[in-house]
Design a protein around this ligand. Structure first.
Ligand code: ADP
Ligand code: ZN
Length: 818
């Protein structure tokens, strides 16, 4: 008798599966969605294993199978288990990442099996509700109330539940927004025969012409053409379509209209260019992996290519190779709305073969895409981090573009997975090659590349278009301006004299400039205006955050270990009197540009001007069309955009991200500077970059000034090794969110003490428990935040043995410790 291990959508998150018996006659496979009894309810679940021997003697029967086709692909089953284990998350939450969209929890009510209402006295309403359920089967409470014409009927449902007449379940419901359909005209005979028939039977020359044109158009596609298309292309009316059908020439078929987000945009197929020597080398290596099969294909590559070196072209040709060999691919990009340019390049190279998954899709649209992908209709699925869970069959290639981007980490909800790590695991499980590309790889990935876990591929030069073709060219020159000297010279504005001069010459040459200001991070920090010194915590190697309140004197606080000290009255390094907070916004910068250059056309690109996804596209295409001379923006500018008319990039302040109280501050500063600088000089004219800073000697800035990734990497790796930060140790951040200020602190302290004790008891000597320290910001949406950081070789081990009370969130491999 076979049994199934089922991950159940139970209200209590569980890390294990439950065993159910497969009743005779029911065909249950691994990956199937099923209904199972759970306590008094029927819940939905996913079958993760089928066995001959039950884990428990006393098992109940699976009630039914939700859909004949398994919902999970075979390689997704171990992936679910791995995510649950690694990220300490509930199994079902991990499975639901891969289930069709809208398979969410919606309470459904249905008649209970033992329903015997004739023996119970019912109110009129109760009887009416039962009648509806008898007729319609399972309904959402909302639908039942609509059918009854009532607003709320929780009470009514409760009373029926208590009487045992109905049951409630959380079902995997298909979205009500069913797939839209469109009538398609499909030929039933050869075009030649069709034309013969038309010639014989159609009288009017005008009508004949139109019918023939429709036949010619429809003959191009085996599935026929949508009527609306035929109407707009050849003016075919519904009557004429019917005329064709009546004579057996064609048939009208109802086809689900897959609402492709790329639809309505015409993409001309593009021929791939010849690769440069370095591109060719990278491509050959990837191609060799693709030509292997199974586990041998699961090779991981880190494509380290400077900005504009043609990484995207390597991805495109690798994809073509994968498709040629019969495989399919998943491509991850940091954020669809910011990377529309890249998405379009894929769509142009593979017309009609690219599915885009993004947050702008409606539930119904998302569902359509999911189904179509599962049916193998697309060679390439492209999307943000969640696209890694797309049900792409025959997966042979995974690409992660801009690998260093932190949007790949889910931080909002559990499981807090990192799509890059999941991609690496998926590559192993599915036997797919993995290519991660960046101009500024994350320290962890580069470390893995040097340690042999990934294979390093380098594109050291830019692809420079010239009148006669392309050549490999160097990166734009970077000039560093020391803002302390500007102050000394009496310049208190946001722009140094050097940047103003550069702007002037760019504007008079009719070229474009970008001004970048990183306002990210709300944690303020103190800095000496004279020497640039930023007070830092000696134990954690992060800068101290500035805190002030009405009741207490301003203090500096470490957000890792909670060490605090009074704000020094003078700079501890140079004795200067001007230790103060720093800050300036893009809005002010834009205004300053205008006052310096009357008549200049500016655009601003930040969270205030781009609230909706479509705003990004509008701002960017406006700038590309040269509707503005200067673009002022935040780190959105750092997303791999290709803007050939830009010859100057001004970094107004390089310092803000640098002093975020986080151990990744240097790495991120380098990444953002290098990426923004990489927007300059991508066209035929050379580019120039001006970096303004109070810390010209800071290693991250010095490295960016020389486009010297290796230098940044060496520094970071040394620091991380000493402090046992990733990749030399692992981190887990525990965050408490709590409404009461003092009880939050109390619980944080208590939990820390408990964890330390547990740590000793379980004999985990290499585990550090840091904190508790207030989050940054310490209060978020009315709740107080406290962090405990675990650092060690296997910090998650402690938590596998220890239950955390409600209110605590677990983040394995957090992006920051704030
Ligand atoms: P990256 O992704 O590394 O920033 P891109 O792939 O965007 O670089 O390439 C930069 C520019 O060079 C793009 O306009 C691209 O079309 C062009 N390009 C890249 N490789 C080639 C090539 N082999 N031949 C011609 N143009 C190329
Ligand atoms: Zn500290």
């Amino acid at each position: 008798m076979p049994y199934a291990e089922v991950s159940v959508n139970s209200p209590i998150p569980a890390q294990q599966t439950f065993t159910y018996r497969i009743p005779p006659g029911l065909k249950v496979e691994v990956g199937h969605g099923v209904y199972v009894p759970f306590g008094k309810r029927t819940l939905q679940g996913v079958v993760l294993a089928v066995t001959e021997i039950p884990a428990f003697a006393d098992t109940r029967d699976i009630e039914s199978v939700i859909e004949e086709m398994p919902l999970l692909l075979p390689h997704q089953i171990p992936l679910v288990r791995w995510i649950a284990d690694y990220y300490l998350a509930a199994l079902y939450d991990c499975a639901s990442l891969m289930l069709p969209p809208a398979f969410s929890r919606k309470p459904l009510v249905f008649l209970s099996a033992a329903e015997a209402s004739d023996r119970i006295r019912l109110s009129e309403r109760q009887a009416a509700a039962l009648n509806i359920l008898r007729e319609k089967g399972r309904l959402e409470v909302r639908e039942l109330s609509r059918a009854l014409g009532l607003r709320r009927l929780e009470g009514l449902v409760e009373s029926l539940l208590q009487k045992g007449l109905v049951e409630r379940s959380y079902e995997l419901a298909r979205p009500r927004v069913g797939a839209k359909t469109v009538p398609h005209l499909r030929l039933l005979m050869s075009p030649l025969d069709a034309v013969e028939r038309i010639k014989a039977e159609a009288r009017q020359p005008k009508q004949r012409e139109r019918l023939e044109a429709a036949v010619a158009a429809a003959s191009e596609s085996r599935d026929g053409l949508p009527l609306p298309v035929l109407r707009s292309q050849v003016g075919l009316t519904r009557e004429q379509a019917r005329w064709l059908c009546d004579r057996g020439v064609a048939a009208l078929e109802v086809v689900p209209s897959f609402r492709d987000p790329l639809a309505g945009k015409a993409y001309e197929p593009r021929e791939p260019p010849l690769l440069t020597a370095s591109q060719e080398q990278a491509y050959e290596r990837i191609g060799a992996a693709l030509a292997r099969s199974g586990a041998d294909r699961a090779e991981a590559f880190l494509l380290h290519g400077v900005t504009g070196s043609g990484k995207t072209e390597v991805y495109l040709q690798a994809l073509a190779k994968a498709v040629e060999l019969g495989g399919k691919a998943i491509v991850l990009v940091p954020e669809i709305s910011l990377t529309a340019q890249t998405v379009r390049r894929f769509a142009e190279r593979f017309p009609g073969r690219v599915a885009v998954m993004h947050s702008g899709l409606s539930l119904g649209e998302h569902f359509d895409v999911w189904q179509n992908v599962r049916e193998g209709r697309y060679d390439v699925v492209i999307g943000p981090r969640s696209a890694i869970f797309a049900p792409q069959p025959d997966l042979s290639l995974i690409i992660v573009d801009e690998e260093h981007e932190w949007t790949y980490k889910q931080e909002e909800m559990t499981p807090r997975y990192d799509a890059r790590l999941v991609a690496a695991k998926l590559s192993e499980l599915a036997g797919a090659a993995l290519v991660m590309g960046s101009a500024t790889p994350s320290v962890e990935s580069y470390y893995h590349a040097t340690a042999g876990r990934y294979r390093l591929l380098e594109l050291p030069f830019r692809v420079q278009p010239t009148a006669v073709g392309i050549k490999e060219a160097p990166l734009p020159a970077v000039e560093v301006v020391d803002l302390r000297e500007e102050l000394r010279a009496g310049n208190r504005g946001s722009f140094s004299r050097r940047l103003l001069k550069a702007l002037d010459s760019v504007l008079s040459a009719g070229e474009q400039a970008i001004l970048f200001l990183n306002r990210r991070g709300s944690a303020a920090f103190a800095q000496c205006r004279d020497c640039g010194y930023v007070p830092a915590c000696s134990r954690c190697a992060v800068s101290l955050s500035y805190h002030s309140s009405d009741s207490a004197a301003p203090r500096l606080l470490c957000h890792h270990c909670n060490r605090s000290l009074a704000l020094p009255p003078v700079c501890p390094r140079c004795g200067g009197p001007r230790l103060r907070l720093l800050g300036s916004g893009t809005e002010r910068i834009e205004a300053e540009v205008r006052s310096h250059f009357p008549g200049v056309r500016t655009l601003r690109w930040d969270r205030d001007t781009a609230r909706r996804p479509s705003d990004h596209e509008r701002i960017l295409s406006g700038f590309l069309a040269h509707e503005a001379d200067v673009l002022v923006g935040t780190q959105m500018l750092a997303k791999g955009l290709d803007m050939p008319r830009v010859t100057l990039v001004g970094i107004v302040s390089a310092d803000i991200a640098l002093h975020l109280p986080d151990f990744r501050a240097s790495e991120r500063t380098f990444q953002v500077l290098e990426q923004v600088a990489g927007r300059a000089g991508r066209g035929e004219r050379p580019g120039r970059v001006v970096v303004q800073t109070y810390s010209p000697d800071h290693p991250a800035i010095a490295a960016a000034a020389n486009h010297d990734y290796a230098r940044l990497y060496q520094q970071e790796v040394r620091l991380r090794e000493r402090l046992r930060y990733p990749p030399f140790g692992r981190l887990v951040r525990l965050t408490l969110l709590h409404g009461g200020q003092s009880s939050a602190e109390e619980e944080a302290l208590k939990r820390t003490a408990y964890l330390k004790e547990e740590c000793l008891r379980q004999g985990l000597p290499d585990l550090d428990i840091l904190g508790p320290a207030p989050g940054s910001p310490p209060r978020l949406r009315g709740r107080w935040r406290w962090n405990i950081t675990l650092r060690g070789r296997e910090p998650a081990a402690l938590l596998r043995q220890t239950r955390l009370p409600q209110g605590w969130q677990v983040d394995v491999d957090p992006g920051s410790l704030l």
